[in-house]
Write a protein that binds this ligand. Structure first.
Ligand SMILES: [Zn+2]
Length: 317
């Protein structure tokens, strides 16, 4: 009888336990193979992506620079040209990382200009900041710095350009149209909200926190009723504002990045961009208050250049 039970236990072990053990072992192996395949696939995707981002712009090692004042075209090495651009666009006292970012943006913008056709017939780019990109000769740059910091500053610019050699920003394997600003005021703006057009898929509203400590982060502008009216009349001679009435001056619409899209001034509706230009505000991110016959604008952020420059090209704030 005891033997009979031992046989039963043995049969149960052979019929159930052994298959379970094998099934588990097989399943573990299958899972391992599957996860290895996923990792391999991910690595391949990363490798492909990196390869796509390596953009060969070696053919542009030398560019044709137009000096707008003299109308002369000069052939210059790209990275040498960037020393003059970075030192014109950003103070050398800024952080090394900021200067490096500026170098990458300037390099990207230059290549984008060459590839997408600039405004100049016999040159790739010019040295006029209101048309293409700021530029200053090394001699003029050094003379503007105090003698004791000249060497140190120039070396800092060289370090920023040389340590980013070969780096540009690409989207879908192509250089992007690299816009920049002094301070975005916490959020960037879509270029489409400023210049119209079809926009760029890689330029969207994104949060850019941490700018609060920047000295130009916020600003104020104040106008008397008479001053405001005079400024607006330069563009709209038939504008009428009844300052006694409530809601005669009022923001009526905002963009996705919470900048002003439209403002009502009496019988006219102006865009935020237009208001910024006419009143010389630093950004379209502003609030309006009225007090004691004064119209006050509290502005956040600082676009790189003024919107009213007819050929200005690259600001997003
Ligand atoms: Zn130009």
């Amino acid at each position: 009888m005891r033997k009979f039970f031992l046989y039963i236990i043995l049969i149960v072990f052979i019929c159930f336990c052994i298959p379970i053990i094998f099934a588990n072992a097989f399943s573990n192996t299958t899972e391992k193979i599957a996860s290895e395949q996923v990792i391999e696939k991910q690595n391949k995707q990363i490798k492909d992506e990196n390869e796509k981002n390596i953009y060969n712009y070696g053919k542009y090692s030398e560019i044709k620079l137009l000096h707008a004042k003299t109308n002369k075209v000069e052939s210059v090495k790209l990275d040498e040209y960037l020393l003059n651009v970075v030192s014109a666009e950003m103070p050398a006292t800024y952080e090394e990382e900021a200067l490096k970012a500026q170098a990458v943006v300037a390099r990207t913008y230059t290549i984008y200009k060459i590839e997408n056709g600039g405004k100049h017939k016999n040159a790739d780019i010019c040295d006029d900041s209101t048309c293409c990109q700021a530029w200053i000769s090394k001699e003029d740059r050094l003379n503007k710095w105090k003698e004791d910091v000249r060497d140190k500053n120039w070396k800092k610019i060289e370090q920023a350009v040389n340590s980013t050699k070969g780096e540009i920003i690409t989207y879908d394997g192509k250089p992007i149209n690299a816009f920049f600003h002094a301070s975005s005021g916490g959020f960037t703006e879509k270029p489409i909200n400023v210049w119209g057009g079809s926009g760029y898929p890689y330029l969207q509203v994104v949060e850019t926190s941490g700018e609060e400590g920047y000295s130009q982060y916020s600003s104020k502008a104040e106008f008397s009723e008479k001053e405001l009216l005079e400024k607006l009349k330069q563009k709209y001679s038939d504008i009428k504002i009844n300052f006694e009435k409530k809601d005669e001056i009022k923001i009526t619409e905002y963009t996705d990045s919470n900048r002003v899209r439209t403002v009502k001034f009496g019988n006219k509706n102006l865009s935020g961009v237009e208001t910024r230009t006419i009143l010389g505000l630093r950004s379209t991110n502003f609030k309006i208050t009225q007090e004691d016959g004064k119209i006050k604008f509290s502005v956040i952020g600082y676009g790189h250049r003024s919107w009213n420059e007819p050929n200005r090209s690259r600001c997003t704030s």
